[in-house]
Design a protein around this ligand. Structure first.
Ligand code: NI
Length: 169
């Protein structure tokens, strides 16, 4: 296991639409373990394979990561089969560090996915977990949370990011 490099905006690999996983082999298990380690290391609550430059439909989430009992969930080939309600809440992303903005999402989702054993799972999620699932699922489609902001707010964040990148050159 190793800490992986998390791609940062505007890396174009973040825009790739990820492919379905057809076989859960040892590589997939190793990638999942490294992603969980990387997520904890970065103090995030979710990480999509797209963010570490591997365009496969897999993400990991642990909304309790700050607790003493880690409880990571690996989602393979996730599909959100039901979305209900709307709510707006501040959101951030490990690929856009230092920025948060209120994003409107469904308040409740049902997600179908495979676990690492290849078993089909169905999870009903609300609140932060529902938000994290939608955020990570967006990553698999090459979407970032800033894409869901109003054009003005998105432009503002991009301008600030560009300024910062120029400074660090
Ligand atoms: Ni993210």
């Amino acid at each position: 296991m190793a800490i992986m490099e998390i791609l940062k905006y505007p890396d174009q690999r973040l825009r790739v639409v990820a492919k379905e996983i057809d076989k859960i082999n040892n590589d997939i298990k190793k990638i999942s373990m490294s992603m969980i380690e990387t997520m904890y290391h970065a103090k995030g609550i979710g990480l999509a394979a797209t963010q570490v430059g591997i365009p496969i439909r897999l993400f990991v989430i642990d909304i309790e990561q700050l607790d003493e009992n880690p409880n990571p969930i690996v989602f393979i080939n996730p599909k959100i089969i039901l979305s209900e309600g709307r709510e707006k809440h501040d959101e951030g992303c490990l690929s856009i560090p230092g920025y948060t903005a209120p994003v409107e999402r469904a308040s409740k989702v049902i997600v179908k996915f495979l676990d690492l054993e290849g078993n089909s799972q169905e999870l009903i999620a609300e609140g932060l977990l529902a938000r994290a699932i939608q955020h990570e699922n967006d990553h698999l489609d090459g979407k970032l949370f800033i894409d869901r902001l109003s054009p003005i707010r998105k432009e503002l964040i991009i301008k600030k990011l560009k300024k910062e990148m120029e400074k660090s050159l």
